[in-house]
Design a protein around this ligand. Sequence first.
Ligand code: BES
Ligand code: MN
Ligand code: MN
Length: 460
Amino acid sequence: MSVKTKIPYIEQNQQRFLDELFELLRIPSVSADKKFRDDVKKAAEFIKAKLVEAGVDKAEICRTAGHPIVYGEKIIDPALPTVLVYGHYDVQPADPYELWETPPFEPTIRNEKIYARGSADDKGQMYMHIKAFETMMQTNSLTCNVKFMIEGEEEVGSNNLGIFTEANKEKLKADMIMISDTGIISNEHPSITVGLRGLTYVEVEVTGPNRDLHSGMYGGAVENPINVLCEMIHKMKDENGHITIPGFYDKVVELSNADREAMAKQPFSLEKYKKDLDIADVFGEKGFSTIERTGIRPTFDVNGIWGGYIGEGAKTVLPSKAYAKISMRLVPNQNSDEITKMFTDYFLSVAPKTVKVKVTPHHGGEPAMVSTKSTAYQAAALAVEEAWGKAPIPTREGGSIPIVALFQKVLGLDSLLMGFGLDEDAIHSPNESYGIFNYIKGIETITLFYKHFATLSKAK
Ligand code: BES
Ligand code: MN
Ligand code: MN
């Protein structure tokens, strides 16, 4: 399969661009699991080598308290605009392995898609930037200075990237940040992401009696922490899907009717959505559409719940402990720390005195919005139109990239969220994939972006 592009160099080098990505995808750089520490390092070294091959003046592996950050730059003329590219080379764990049709770290092409953990999130999308840079170097058409900052801890909260950014403001000085770690509506309807949700993530532990008990001897007379945990979770939302934590919605920015009408015009098929997920109906906050429920409204979700006996057969036990991992997706202007506190206060307040409750916060992040009025967005819109033959639709996505809000705060820079993933890519799930078409079109669009960004910046 050969994807047609406006740039001959990209078309001629397609196979090698794929081969190199495959090499990266074979490295299991799972940031969450210590077992893969050396592989994470290997992925960082691979990226550094590829940046050097592509033509950066300087490339380094920056050590952090966790996984390394790869930094590279090509400064052609300080008077020209500078683009800071951010991406991540770490991936989510591939479990459960048995649900993969082909192994997660043995990239395979089926129906013109690359199947592998990280193919879309974010190795494939991040690597498009290195290949776009190579294209511009090889065709003598680089019009901007470029800096690359590729991290290995995005999937575990980017804590060290925050520290690195604070400590390297001068080094990271740029006119804009470009990130491909989001999606488009479809290949027929290209879009650019203008909003991301924030995140609050907590783990809760509910303790009943001091040891597991015989559920016949004690059952009915002693509180069961799993039963209690379920009831407590149930109290966090009402029957209309509205979250009941006091103060939770206080800072939520409500959209104007005009903005909601614009959102409603976005191409979306509820039938296709339900069919894809094999569900008879959707569920969400009453009064909002599916696009709104993921784009502009906050959530409360249990991500995992456990306790008691879950082995084979039956064991009659009244457990001592119950646990759950809970996430809340946030929208402007909610604040992650404030929401963590509101949740904790409320959760503790609904606990009966028959149990002890502990709440442990995990990493979180703030929601972010980026302007469509910026030079970067305008240049991106031109690039998308040129490569895809259609003007992009600005969209708000439900996922989180906490570093976007942090870049706004620390570097004073907006990020351009020009990702090319599709819902069907199944990121974080078994059988993650990324379309070859999207990979190649992405490289083309990014290359065209630099041209338009330089021209529009000069005109300003
Ligand atoms: N690339 C995703 C975020 C994303 C996915 C944005 C889909 C838009 C659409 C990113 O790698 C991710 O998975 N982020 C995490 C948060 C992080 C703090 C672990 C998320 O959204 O769960
Ligand atoms: Mn990602
Ligand atoms: Mn991810």
